[in-house]
Design a protein around this ligand. Structure first.
Ligand SMILES: C[S@@+](CC[C@H](N)C(=O)[O-])C[C@H]1O[C@@H](n2cnc3c(N)ncnc32)[C@H](O)[C@@H]1O
Length: 304
């Protein structure tokens, strides 16, 4: 887990590879990735390997790489802070909804930290079958005295099927709302707002760069080089099964997009547009891809 300073000329090669991938020229992307790899770039190695092999699948459907990713590097501190902020919101929240809970890496330590203040009923919404199973298993293994219900579906479908009168004291979502395409997300958030007393969201404050611009690609290359350097034994798994599909999904029409990130201010506006009130955003942690924030709000029907 050593962070090596990377020469600007090496980052240039990565940027050229990303530029070519964004333009749909995967052959040229491969050539520059190979050169970057030969010059010692971890991103170059990861891109070169990824572009050479054909292994397209949803990053959360076969989650071993995602699970290795969140268990290592800067995620250790990020998740510790995330769980702490979740736990601090639990007093008074008997019924909790976790949107996109993943394997429970943020949720389960939060429930443990909260002790007696932990919710008595937790509903999990998670489209990934294995992730949901791992999350339910982790809650059960922790021996927490709460009722747990898992729904293997996305937020939109969940809100369509949940009984109309059902409400939650608190809805939380950590790094998951970014996975929902923004038009669908706003509709889903509008449906969620009247059904919760409070909302707590943790996500990344991602700078508003013009997608595919030189500055954007250089920033991505520099950040991903740093992110990859935080892993050791699991670098290849993390890179091939998670970080490369996430990176290229933002840039290349040949790769399925996995997330839609934006500046914290845009998140604030989106929650306000969805009807949430008292929206407040606080910095939570530094992180290699972007700083993380915690956003709190009250539901649409709450006053004062
Ligand atoms: C980056 S992971 C975060 C997981 C977990 N909350 C955590 O903090 O580790 C994004 C999660 O969002 C889930 N997801 C994807 N689409 C979703 C949707 N439409 N509704 C709810 N969750 C979704 C993914 O399956 C994945 O578990």
């Amino acid at each position: 887990m050593t962070e090596q300073p990377v020469d600007d000329r090496v980052i240039d090669l990565d940027v050229r590879s990303l530029t070519a991938a964004a333009a749909g020229d995967l052959e040229e992307a491969q050539e520059y990735a190979d050169k970057a790899a030969d010059s010692g770039s971890l991103l170059g190695i990861a891109l070169s390997t990824y572009l050479r092999t054909s292994h397209r699948h949803d990053v959360y459907d076969r989650p071993a790489a995602f699970e290795a990713f969140i268990a290592g590097g800067g995620n250790v501190d990020l998740y510790r802070r995330t769980s702490a902020v979740l736990a601090s919101a639990y007093p008074g929240a008997a019924a909790l909804l976790d949107v996109g809970c993943g394997n429970g890496h943020a949720l389960v330590p939060a429930l443990q930290m909260a002790g007696d203040a932990a919710p008595s009923a937790v509903e999990l919404v998670e489209p990934g079958a294995d992730l949901l199973e791992h999350c339910v298993g982790a809650v059960q293994a922790a021996g927490l005295p709460l009722k747990i219900t898992g729904w293997q579906m996305g937020l939109t479908d969940f809100l369509k099927t949940a009984p109309p009168a059902q409400r939650w004291h608190l809805a939380q979502s950590t790094f998951a709302l970014q996975s929902i395409e923004p038009t669908e997300r706003l509709v889903a958030l509008r449906a969620l707002a009247p059904r919760v007393d409070r909302l707590l969201v943790v996500d990344f404050d991602v700078a508003d760069e013009r997608p595919g611009s030189k500055k954007h690609l250089r920033d991505l290359a520099t950040r991903y080089e740093r992110g990859l350097s935080e892993y050791d034994d699991t670098t290849d798994l993390v890179a091939q099964g998670f970080l490369m599909p996430v990176l290229l999904g933002q840039l290349s029409a040949d790769e399925a997009r996995t997330n839609w990130e934006q500046p914290a201010e845009k998140w604030r506006e989106e929650f306000q547009a969805a009807g949430f009130q008292d929206v407040e955003v606080r910095p939570l942690a530094d992180y290699w891809s972007a700083p993380a924030f915690a956003l709190t709000a009250t539901g649409a029907t709450m006053t004062g």
